[in-house]
Design a protein around this ligand. Structure first.
Ligand SMILES: [Zn+2]
Length: 160
């Protein structure tokens, strides 16, 4: 699914699910985060500015090449203010790869809501720990925040 349709689907969720919107600071803030996300396909985009986002691109490219699990199936780079790890509010890049392209819509929504949590919470937000409320995995032993909050589909759990 391309950027505009999936964003429309996510906007529908945010406008109908207050718990999901509240997880991103409420309706207005959540919509702002969604609007500022630039979804970049790896490696199929003809060209996108990578610059300091190269590590995020590389992580998704490695996942495309066989790194197991979904951790780097998507990856976000955002600009902070003076290296403090706090999002500066500008547009940010969310790279997605082959697993995203082949995922269900519900899984794609989970992945992108998870990625939204990176600029929202900043570099020290702990979103990637399994018991985070922003975790894209499971819905029980692994915490499974996004699917529970937003009614989306959780991702397969990470390999042991
Ligand atoms: Zn993450």
């Amino acid at each position: 699914m391309k950027g505009a349709p999936i964003k429309a689907a996510m906007l529908n969720i945010l406008t109908s699910n207050a718990a999901c919107a509240d997880a991103f600071g409420g309706q207005q803030n959540a919509e702002n985060l969604l609007n500022k996300m630039i979804i970049c396909n790896v490696p199929n985009s003809p060209w996108v500015f990578r610059g300091p986002a190269q590590d995020s691109w590389d992580a998704v490219a490695a996942n495309n090449s066989g790194t197991p699990g979904w951790e780097n199936a998507s990856s976000t780079f955002f600009f902070d203010s003076n290296g403090n790890g706090i999002w500066n509010g500008s547009q940010y890049m969310t790279f997605v790869g082959n697993k995203f392209a082949n995922a269900t819509l519900g899984q794609q929504e989970t992945m992108l809501f998870h990625e939204m949590s990176h600029p929202y919470m900043g570099a020290s937000g702990g979103q990637d720990t399994p018991d985070s409320m922003y975790s894209p995995y499971g819905n029980g032993a692994l915490g499974g925040g996004i699917s529970l909050l937003c009614g989306t589909q959780s991702l397969p759990p990470p390999p042991n």
